[in-house]
Design a protein around this ligand. Structure first.
Ligand SMILES: Cc1ncc(COP(=O)(O)O)c(C=O)c1O
Length: 372
């Protein structure tokens, strides 16, 4: 089956009893036991629920994995990976890892795990950072907010030689634009809050595993026993939204490419970071490993924080807000959001390119940039 068909059918179960074409939301927290058996296959909703099972099924199939676990947020999904590791384990993570997960490691896992934030696209740096207690290489490509691309196959080759796992945060790309498991990664992580949800109205997270190993069993325990799970309503909403994911992504990618090309020629723009531009430093890697280049871009304006602030305060169709992946276009002054320890350039604006008409988006942003 092709991905558009998977997106529509793999998460839906017609109800045999009522004939309903669309699966109902099962709010029951507990399930009937008969003669020592659970005829519906569920016992208690923290451990499993019909709506979550449907969501996990479509997520696993979209990423080409053996299984999937859904969580209440992207960070909860990331945290389940960290919690599954033995205390004292060492993780190698990107120097521009999503700041929320970086802060989670630095604040919650300090003294429990060891971690180094390095340029994971540099072969020698990766090799030099591996220690006897290293167990995991964490990748995020394209990265947030610099849209840096990491060569997944290169990192996987190093990981395999050294008996390490590779996890890829695939939130920016989605399985429509990139399939890390097919490139050799062991697990994929998502903030389902973003493109999977697609309408900026729910929080969710997901992990998808290539093979059902002992490590996956441990991650499942963290999910089922820890209980950072999405509600049946949110699972239902995600299954519903995922049906249009492939077509939404086509629109996001088309608009992002057009906006990136426009911004690159603007005299008040210093640099545009979008993997679909030939000027992107890792464009060749992106072409090799991505199916299309995603809907996120960042750009720096000529000037500093004041000029960047002027632009985000002048837009009318774009909304000045953090987050990404919704049908509406968002823009943010990223350094302000990331806080005082950020390394993000002060003149950088991050854009989640939505599905509005591209001519309206270009007109809006050009009027805003011309206020500088
Ligand atoms: C790349 C990336 N990973 C993980 C997360 C965390 O997801 P959530 O906010 O759903 O916890 C985000 C959120 O912005 C993100 O952009």
């Amino acid at each position: 089956m092709k991905i558009e068909t998977i997106a529509i059918h793999a998460g839906n179960h017609a109800d045999k009893q009522s004939g309903a074409v669309i699966q109902a939301i099962t709010t029951s927290t507990t399930f009937v036991r008969e003669n020592g058996e659970y005829p519906g296959g569920h016992i208690y909703s923290r451990a499993s629920n019909p709506n979550r099972t449907s969501l996990e099924n479509v997520l696993a199939k979209l990423e080409g994995g053996a299984d999937s676990a859904a969580f209440s947020s992207g960070n909860a999904a990331g945290m389940a990976v960290f919690q599954s590791l033995k205390p004292g384990s060492h993780i190698i993570a990107p120097d521009d890892m999503y700041h929320g997960l970086r802060n989670l490691l630095k604040n919650v896992f300090v003294g429990i795990l060891e971690f180094d934030f390095v340029d994971v696209n540099d072969k020698q740096t990766l090799l030099n950072t591996i220690k006897p207690n290293t167990v995991l290489i964490w990748l995020e490509t394209p990265s947030n907010p610099l849209l840096k691309i990491t060569d997944i196959k290169q990192a996987v080759a190093i990981a395999k030689q050294n008996n390490l796992w590779v996890a890829v945060d695939n939130t920016f790309a989605t399985p429509i634009c990139q399939q890390p498991l097919s490139l050799g990664a062991d697990v994929v992580m998502h903030s389902a809050t973003k493109y999977f949800g697609g309408h900026s109205d729910l929080m969710g997270g997901a992990l998808i595993i290539a093979n059902k190993t002992d490590w996956w069993a441990k991650i499942r325990q963290v999910q089922e026993m820890g209980g950072a799970i999405p509600s049946p309503q949110d699972c239902y909403m995600l299954v519903r939204s995922i049906k249009t994911l492939p077509y939404r992504m086509k629109g996001h990618v088309q608009n992002a490419q057009a906006l990136a090309e426009y911004l690159e020629k603007h005299p008040k723009v210093e640099q545009v970071m979008y993997p679909g531009l030939p000027s992107h430093p890792q464009h060749d890697i992106a072409k090799k490993q991505m199916l299309s280049f995603g809907g996120m871009l960042s750009f720096t304006v000529k000037g500093g924080a004041d000029e960047a602030a002027k632009v985000v305060n002048a837009v009318k169709i774009f909304t000045q807000a953090t987050s990404l992946g919704g049908v509406e276009s968002l823009i943010e002054h990223r350094a302000m959001v990331e806080g005082p320890d950020t390394k993000t350039p002060k003149n950088l604006l991050r854009v989640s390119v939505g599905l509005e008409n591209i001519e309206d988006l270009i007109e809006d942003i050009s009027l805003a940039i011309n206020t500088i």
